[in-house]
Ligand binder design. Sequence first.
Ligand SMILES: Cc1cc2nc3c(=O)[nH]c(=O)nc-3n(C[C@H](O)[C@H](O)[C@H](O)COP(=O)(O)O)c2cc1C
Length: 397
Amino acid sequence: MPWRRRPFRGSDFARATNIADLREIARRKVPNFIFEYVEGGAEDEATLRHNRAALEALRFVPRTLVDTTARHQRIELFGRECAAPLIVAPTGGNGMVHPLGDLALARAAASAGIPFCLSTVSTVRLERVAAEAGGRLWMQLYVMDDRKVAEDIVTRAAAAGFEALVFTTDANVFGSREWDRRNYRRPGKPTARNVLDALRHPRWLYEVLLRRGVPQLENLAAFLPAGGASALGGSTIIPKLFGPSITWDDVRWLRRIWRGKLLVKGVLGVEDAERAAELGCDGIVLTNHGGRQLDYCVSAIDVLPQIAQAVGGRLTLLVDGGFRRGSDVIKALALGARGVMLGRATLYGLTAAGERGVRRALEILTSEIDRTLGQLGCRSVADVGPHLLHGSSARGA
Ligand SMILES: Cc1cc2nc3c(=O)[nH]c(=O)nc-3n(C[C@H](O)[C@H](O)[C@H](O)COP(=O)(O)O)c2cc1C
């Protein structure tokens, strides 16, 4: 018998052995244009590909003969214990892949003992997530030209008890996700081919669009014109909401009006990281927005060593972009990150099987982190450092 390997073809999320398997289930579960919205990047998708390539290029040098029987992956994050070095990243339009997707993500994060960050452009209102999900909740903020919108979100998030505000700064000018845009005749109007594809996914059609009506950008409803809050439209709808006028003055302003933890999401340069520290931020997220904004951009992992060296003692450093394996997470910790934000990895779980799918994604990643720690000879993330990465101390990490 010739030796043959067959890629995962199942539909049972519980049998997914890794994030790629969950992605495969997710891909088949929803119409192509919905998957494209989650999956795609901007322009040539060079940033998107580089996020994976940069992580894959790093190689471990393990320590051997260390007793790792009693290992764990807990970390301290903003003065509180976190069960794993993971945070669910803010993603908009989650209701398009699964009904009440934000709630499902938040609940799965809570049961895994990690924070969940809700997007400004979520499809469940922030107050409802706070009331029904539990766990540690962070609020992502897009500041639009009309600053009243941001003020409203900040006030409501404070009243609802959100722990942290994550100001996203890399979508001031919206990225051109060309593959996504091609799926629409006009903003919010899928092409005939995509309408047919939706009809070929009756379960998705019923659960996502018909049962409760088309998901809406609930947090912004009061500020959008009637009919303008629909989440159907992928990247063709959201760009209209952003303006290029945001500056460091907005960080100063937010620092004055927000008492909780403040993070800037969108920093990739040492000078910007220093500035965030000087303005009293608590942390930064090194990110290129999952390859959906600036194309031909560096990845967080490329610049993490220099930024950790400059501000690691003053700011909590989080990273994201392309994290699909527990070993990826350990690489980021080795280079100075406190934790990793998960975008698509948990969205694949959500798309595949709702809350249970997200739990499965987190279970997969935490078991991979645990295994990697053990194989590297580490008892906890405190033992992880640049010495475990080939050539990284030579790069100045
Ligand atoms: C479908 C989708 C929607 C997103 N929406 C937002 C958002 O509303 N706000 C934000 O700050 N980042 C958003 N992001 C970026 C993520 O927070 C995160 O930076 C990125 O997904 C990380 O890369 P990864 O998907 O490869 O893990 C989105 C990403 C995806 C994939």
